[in-house]
Write a protein that binds this ligand. Structure first.
Ligand code: ACK
Length: 292
């Protein structure tokens, strides 16, 4: 069970670097606001004497927020332990003395979404296709490990360099048991409707296939340079459009037709008709696009 308490998980992993004392962290500027507290850039002085730049997710310390927020903190750490892929943000360790902190790999260029909205004219279609491929590689790794991300969206896809994708924000991630092929959400959480497959909206069922749907919405955000999917529609209206009327987001102007075909495949109504991330990886490995 990957949701045992944080302490036993940290101990079991036995990674010396897992427990970090706050004395070795020097906070720098604020990167943004996370779900359970601020995200800061920081310098981490490692045991070997080297100093590395990191991102630190701090747990809010106000007592009122603490109960719920601590649960979220633990879930995120538990999900990140053991993940090891070049396209996923790596966990370096946690500080369990006040303030509680998750110390992780820094993606110095921030989110793909911010980047696209601020500097769309500097971003070529070839780079966008490279991002699509690297996000797919990170998701294929999660699929192999039986993790369902549940919150894949351009806001949660970060960049450590212009051509280095790092998927982050594992706060909603769930592990599937060998006998399960989906997770039925029981907790009360805000779910991001425009990224949700019909079965998520109707039955709260999340799976690799619903991650695949969200992946295609993420591609749509990328190729529209950060437009809002289904802007102006409520969750109920989105469900009506995608489930009853069979509508799909339109092809973004900058999107190569081969990639839009993939997006439509990922938006198949039946989960079993959608491609696996393993199959999508193969597509990106072999495809020849005219834009490249
Ligand atoms: O869009 P952003 O600049 O990228 O603002 C959000 C904010 O913190 C809340 O999530 C940023 N952020 C989160 N994790 C990291 C990280 N590992 N490296 C850099 N920025 C991060 C995120």
């Amino acid at each position: 069970n990957r949701e045992e308490p944080l302490y036993s998980n940290v101990a079991r992993e036995g990674a010396v670097s897992c427990l970090i004392t706050s004395r070795d962290i020097e906070l720098k500027e604020r990167l943004g606001q996370g779900s359970f507290g601020e995200v800061m850039k920081a310098e981490w002085k490692r045991e070997d004497g080297r100093t590395v730049l990191v991102a630190v997710k701090m747990l809010r310390s106000d007592a009122l927020a603490l109960q719920g927020a601590f649960g979220e903190f633990v879930k995120e750490v538990n999900a990140m332990i053991g993940l090891n892929h070049p396209n996923l943000i790596k966990l370096y360790g946690v500080s369990l003395s006040s303030p509680y902190m998750i110390v992780q790999e820094l993606a110095a260029l921030g989110s793909v979404l911010d980047r696209l909205r601020k500097e769309c004219s500097l971003t070529s279609v070839a780079i966008l296709v490279e991002w699509a491929k690297q996000i797919c590689n990170g998701m294929a790794y999660l699929e192999r490990q039986r993790w369902v991300h549940r919150d894949l969206a351009a806001r949660n896809v970060l960049l450590s360099a212009l051509n280095k994708i790092k998927i982050g924000d594992f706060g909603l991630m769930k592990s599937l048991n060998p006998e399960e092929d989906c997770y039925v959400m029981t907790e009360h959480k805000k779910i991001p409707f425009p990224w949700c497959a019909p079965e998520c909206l109707k039955k709260r069922q999340f799976s690799h296939a619903s991650d695949c749907w969200a992946y295609a919405v993420t591609l749509w955000e990328i190729f529209t340079f950060g437009e809002h999917p289904w802007a102006g529609n409520t969750g109920a209206q989105i469900l009506q459009l995608i489930d009853q009327e069979g509508q799909r987001l339109p092809k973004p102007k900058a999107c190569p037709p081969e990639i839009y075909r993939i997006m439509l495949h990922c938006w198949s109504h039946r989960e079993s008709d959608r491609p696996t991330f393993a199959a999508l990886t193969e597509f990106f490995r072999t495809v020849q696009l005219e834009v490249l």
